[in-house]
Write a new protein. Structure first.
Length: 188
């Protein structure tokens, strides 16, 4: 019998590059859990969510950073996603511990690659790839939208003045990273 050990590895090997103050990096210790609200269960779930994270479920297209630096973001009515720093393979047990049986939970961690684009050229680079108007008047901090970038599905969330969380399918992570790198290089 062969003796071997499996080791976890970041989707993009922890990519981290800086172009004169504009930085693109992979967030490697992020968990993502999708939460669906049961029929007639919004009040009970919101009560637990407020205790655990400090607020009710956000409206579609909105997000907030709650207790423990968890980001709660929504793209549709009665559905939201919780992103939080977590090294284990599955984030569901951590969410179940906080929210109990008030919602339906689906592990999303390994389905996504999580990237952060920050710096003075972040918006210019995104404008080349993304149909969303990222001007601060139209896309304020904590806005979160599903979109396409270079024909690939993505989630874009503005997390700071010049900082964006970008999520895309882990299955196309290499192509997605290439598109982002090329766009940043073009505007720098």
């Amino acid at each position: 019998m062969v003796d071997f050990t499996l080791e976890s590895k970041a989707v993009l090997d922890g990519f981290n590059h800086d172009w004169n103050g504009t930085r693109l990096r992979e967030l490697t210790e992020m968990a993502a859990v999708a939460v669906s609200v049961p029929k007639d269960g919004a009040a009970a779930l919101n009560k637990k969510l407020k205790t655990a994270y400090g607020a009710n479920a956000p409206a579609a297209g909105e997000s907030f950073v709650g207790k423990g630096d968890a980001r709660v973001m929504s793209f549709a009515e009665d559905q939201f996603m919780i992103l939080f720093n977590h090294t284990a393979h599955s984030g569901v047990p951590a969410i179940e511990k906080k929210l109990g049986d008030t919602g339906y939970y689906v592990e999303q961690t390994n389905n996504w690659v999580f990237l952060e684009l920050s710096g003075p050229l972040a918006r210019a680079a995104l404008e080349r790839l993304c149909p969303i108007n990222t001007h601060p008047d139209k896309f304020p901090v904590d806005r979160a939208e599903r979109t396409n970038m270079e024909h690939m599905g993505a989630v874009l969330c503005r997390t700071g003045e010049d900082t964006f969380l970008i999520m895309s399918a882990s299955s196309t992570a290499g192509s997605f990273l290439h598109a982002l790198e090329t766009s940043v290089e073009y505007v720098s």
